[in-house]
Design a protein around this ligand. Structure first.
Ligand code: NAI
Length: 249
């Protein structure tokens, strides 16, 4: 069991993109960070980059039944969980009428049901010590209507509602729940969504007052702040980190 004074965090989807940048920020600040993902090689590469404070666990979080055992494993190894970042997510861009029930459900299971199941199991542990911080990664798709991402938009809008509902129920018990709504950030996900669609890309830039896409590290900074005592009076917020995209004309 690790040193109990050292903070312990879980970052889902911590092997790439925004999750990797959050894990990097946490480990640089001495937080023991468990990155969770499906691809062992990707996680190993991330660990070799992040060093001793980084630990990896393999889990497909869309397999909801595997989540209680995952959290038990983290507790067995580290004794507690201080921070959970629900970051793993998938996108699917398709015309509304072409989306099958199975495709819709797949996105909802990964982006929403797993966030609920992870949070529930982690909260059980946080309640035992009376504190903790959970950060859900939302999206601009919950701030305004985006065409051709129906399941993704539904999942991220639900994340915002769940963040508020969890905050009112759990904050009196010492657990803060917040969300970050990243704008358009340079990762594999946006490369897939935008590079084949120059019109969409142009629209993103046109309504982003800062005029450029964000870096994963920008989200890392916000996550570290929300997880830390500097944010000890902040709960239930959805913080846009978006270069002004959500208020752009
Ligand atoms: P990414 O595709 O680079 O990273 C997502 C990570 O989640 C990957 O490592 C992937 O393997 C993991 N993952 C996906 N399904 C999983 C599963 N079932 N079990 C375990 N791990 C799984 O994407 P990116 O851009 O870093 O996205 C991270 C989060 O940020 C997502 O929730 C996404 O919706 C959100 N986001 C990203 C934005 C962007 O501009 N890149 C904008 C708004 C939100």
């Amino acid at each position: 069991m690790g040193n109990t004074s050292q903070q312990v965090a879980i970052v889902t989807g911590g092997g790439s993109g925004i999750g990797l940048a959050i894990a990097e920020k946490f480990t640089k600040n001495g937080i023991d960070t468990v990155i969770v993902g499906r691809d062992e090689e990707k996680l190993k590469t991330a660990k070799s980059q992040l060093g001793d404070c980084c630990h990896l666990m393999i889990c497909d979080i869309s397999n909801l039944g595997s989540i209680p055992a995952l959290i038990k494993k983290v507790i067995a190894q580290f004794g507690k969980i201080d921070i959970l970042v629900n970051n793993a997510g998938i996108n699917m861009k398709k015309d509304f009428i072409e989306v099958t029930d199975e495709e819709f459900q797949r996105v909802i299971t990964t982006n929403l049901c797993s966030v609920f199941a992870m949070s529930r199991e982690v909260v059980k542990e946080m309640l035992k010590k009376g504190n903790g911080s959970i950060i859900n990664i939302s999206s601009m798709a919950a701030q305004y209507g985006l065409p051709r991402v129906i399941a993704y938009s539904a999942s991220k809008t639900a994340i915002d509602g769940m963040t508020r509902a969890m905050a009112v129920e759990l904050s009196p018990k010492g657990i803060r729940i917040n969300a970050i709504a990243p704008g358009f950030i340079e990762t594999d996900m946006t490369a897939k969504a935008l590079n084949s669609d120059p019109e969409r890309k142009q629209k993103v830039f046109a309504r982003t007052p800062m005029g450029y896409m964000g870096k994963p590290a920008d989200i890392g900074e916000a996550a570290l702040f929300l997880a830390s005592d500097a944010a000890k009076y902040i709960t239930g917020v959805v913080l846009p980190v978006d270069g002004g995209n959500s208020i752009g004309f």
